[in-house]
Design a protein around this ligand. Structure first.
Ligand SMILES: [Zn+2]
Length: 346
């Protein structure tokens, strides 16, 4: 191993005079040489003081003498050879290398952001698809109860009209499938206006306003297929789990019953206030577009009803169908599905 050499100041411990010296470590002794100074203490009789911020490094020599040096790297190499102050050196380096500290912080922030952006939706999807259909029943019941109390009133649609639409819904549900307890419910809702939403168990609610808004039952079939799309892709549970976070997902998966009830109570906020993410709406539109193409050879009925919904809704109203993403983008994608110039996917 080569000798280690560095410049330092020697203090004899009696006067405050600093003697410039060269220090050489040969593996056994520190050889300290300068004007009027010549010392060769054994290294085991010397002590390297722990580093203190940006202060000069200090090596205590036998008797009262000491060396001070600005050559921190040399002292660190010396310590490395002696196996001294390793932990402290690491702390000191962290302290000194603020860039590393900042980089660690930035890494942590980036990790958290990436977790929220991708990790959480991924976990939420896993949890949503792992949630047994039987568990979605009490969640949906509780959610509908809250919605009935806060936003919905009994429907005024004539029973014959309801039966017609229920039959159409049964065809859509049977075609799209997925093993859910599908059921179409009607409600009047001056608060929500023309609207529709799907509960995770397969219950789809149409407002009277939506039924009146449609000019053609194929438009309502398009909305049914869109809502069934939300059911089979488990969008409401995914959105709910994403919003509530990992803790709730775990308690659902381990079968915590109180969480199931509180989930049901939180679901209306997802459906009525927050709405779905852009990706979820587009995915439900793809399910609906595919159904319409199979049965009518066109996606136009859904485009038409989306357009009319956008016109009917005040922008400030909670909006389940048309605000997010923007209706023109959704119509354009449905048009492209029909033209076969794209399958609606990106
Ligand atoms: Zn939707």
């Amino acid at each position: 191993m080569s000798d280690l050499e560095f410049g330092a100041f020697y203090f004899d411990g009696r006067s405050s005079r600093a003697h410039p010296v060269r220090v050489r470590f040969d593996g056994r002794r520190l050889r300290v040489a300068g004007e009027g100074v010549s010392l060769e203490p054994l290294i085991e009789h010397c002590r390297v003081n722990p580093p203190l911020g940006q202060a000069r490094r200090v090596i205590r020599l036998p008797e009262e003498g000491r060396l001070e040096t600005d050559d921190r790297q040399a002292v660190e190499r010396l310590e490395a050879r002696l196996g001294l102050n390793r932990g402290l050196t690491w702390v000191h380096r962290l302290e000194a290398q603020w860039r590393l500290v900042v980089a660690c912080m930035a890494g942590l922030v980036l990790f958290s952001w990436a977790f929220v952006r991708w990790g959480l939706p991924f976990l939420a999807a896993q949890a949503a698809f792992a949630t047994p259909v039987a568990v979605t029943e009490p969640i949906s019941r509780q959610a509908l109860k809250v919605l009935d109390e806060q936003f919905l009133e009994p429907s005024k649609l004539p029973p014959a009209r309801r039966r017609e639409l229920e039959a159409a819904f049964a065809r859509v549900a049977g075609d799209v499938g997925g093993g859910y307890s599908y059921r179409l419910e009607f409600r009047s809702s001056p608060k929500l206006g023309p609207n529709a939403f799907a509960l995770p168990s397969g219950v789809v609610v149409f407002t009277d306003g939506l039924v009146h808004l449609a000019q053609d039952d194929r438009e309502l079939v398009g909305v049914m297929a869109h809502e069934v799309g939300h059911v089979i892709h488990r969008h409401s549970l995914r959105q709910l789990y994403q919003g509530l976070g990992v803790f709730v997902m775990v308690s659902i998966l381990v079968g915590d019953v109180t969480s199931v009830t509180s989930l049901g109570a939180s679901l209306p906020a997802v459906l009525v206030n927050n709405g779905y993410s852009r990706g979820f709406e587009l995915e439900a539109d793809r399910t609906a577009g595919a159904y319409l193409l199979r049965h009518y050879g066109t996606t136009r009925p859904l485009q038409n009803v989306l357009h009319r919904l956008a016109q009917a809704h005040d922008a400030s109203l909670p909006d389940l169908l048309s605000t997010h993403p923007a209706t023109p983008e959704r119509m354009e994608r449905l048009r492209r599905m029909e033209e076969g110039t794209g399958n609606g996917k990106r």
